[in-house]
Write a protein that binds this ligand. Structure first.
Ligand code: C2E
Ligand code: MG
Ligand code: MG
Ligand code: MG
Length: 291
């Protein structure tokens, strides 16, 4: 497919669809069917208590096993789903898979809290709170076991509207987590005005901690300030022992990263949990279950 040649007579060929655009177009049209076919699934990455190393929750991460392209990373199709207006159904699909698992763990007496990423776009959907409420009810999962991870931009761009949505979600018992913290524009004082419970230090800082004093200083500052505002802190991207020890010494509350575990498919998560010493309930008052 070529755009027309210029009037000058010099042919200027503008391929209308390059390989990448073609792929995007295909993925966009296939998204819905891929969900129906089970090609879009989720994996779970453990998050542990920095002091006790008990598993406290898992983050749900979406995966697309494409029949022709193989594994496609969320960084490629989340943005696409947003652009074509399909992020709502995709979020519902992920939420459904996450809550179904959470329910099954509950049936095994494991009160494991599950985190789901919420795209910026979702906060502007007028029926978001209703959909989340219905999903919790459908699966019989208490709101207290669900954490929603938001990115800074989503909250700051439209802070008035999103603060109402966040307040409604919070009222359902959910925990709200500010993801990729430190990369966006929000300040900790803005966080104080929103019903946010925890921040996740972006992995770009955490990955640099073992080699750079600057990154360590940023992590330490985020932890101290967040604690002063009464927020919990999770570090994502913990890959080595040195970083883990530094974060623990800084008082970071929870750790997530390849050092602890890669994101795991459901079955492997269960064996991973069983191989550990304990599961500590993330919900106050829920009986403690040791495995
Ligand atoms: P995120 O929410 O910040 O998730 C953490 C990402 O860091 C995940 O990448 C995870 O696999 C990766 N990660 C975890 N530990 C380590 C580590 O130690 N080292 C390194 N290098 N990476 C680590 P993933 O699964 O590719 O997801 C990328 C992003 O896509 C997520 O970043 C999130 O923003 C988005 N995403 C994933 N699933 C969903 C979803 O269901 N809905 C939405 N809206 N976004 C999602
Ligand atoms: Mg996240
Ligand atoms: Mg993150
Ligand atoms: Mg990220």
């Amino acid at each position: 497919l070529l755009a027309g040649a210029g009037k000058s007579g010099v042919a200027s060929y503008h391929p209308v669809l390059d390989q990448q655009s073609l792929r995007r177009l295909q993925l966009g049209t296939e998204l819905e069917q891929a969900m129906a076919d089970g090609d879009i699934s989720v994996v779970f990455q453990p998050i542990i208590d920095a002091r006790t190393s008990d598993i406290v929750s898992v983050e749900t991460l979406v995966r697309w096993a494409h029949p022709r392209y193989g594994a496609i990373a969320p960084d490629e199709f989340i943005h696409l789903a947003e652009q074509i207006g399909r992020i709502g159904p995709l979020t519902d699909h992920v939420l459904d898979l996450a809550l179904a698992r959470c329910r099954r763990w509950l049936d095994q007496d494991i009160a494991l809290s599950v985190a789901v990423n919420l795209s910026a776009r979702c906060l502007t959907e007028p029926d978001l709170v209703d959909r989340v409420r219905r999903a919790l009810r459908r699966h019989g999962v208490p709101g207290e076991l669900l954490t929603l991870e938001l990115t800074e931009g989503s909250v700051v761009d439209d802070s008035v509207r999103s603060s109402t949505v966040l307040a409604d979600l919070h009222a359902l018992g959910m925990r709200l987590s500010m993801d990729d913290f430190g990369t966006g524009y929000s300040s900790l004082s803005q966080l104080r005005q929103l019903p946010i419970d925890e921040v996740k230090i972006d992995k770009s800082f955490v990955l640099g901690m073992s080699t750079s004093q600057g990154e360590s200083f940023i992590a330490r500052s985020i932890i101290e300030l967040a604690h002063n505002l009464g927020l919990r802190v999770v570090a994502e991207g913990v890959e080595d022992e040195l970083t883990r020890n530094l974060l623990a010494e800084m008082g970071c509350d929870k750790l997530q990263g390849f050092l602890v575990s890669r994101p795991l498919p459901d079955q492997r998560l269960e064996s991973w949990i069983l191989a550990r010493t304990g599961v500590r309930s993330a919900v106050a008052g829920t009986p403690h279950r040791r495995l």
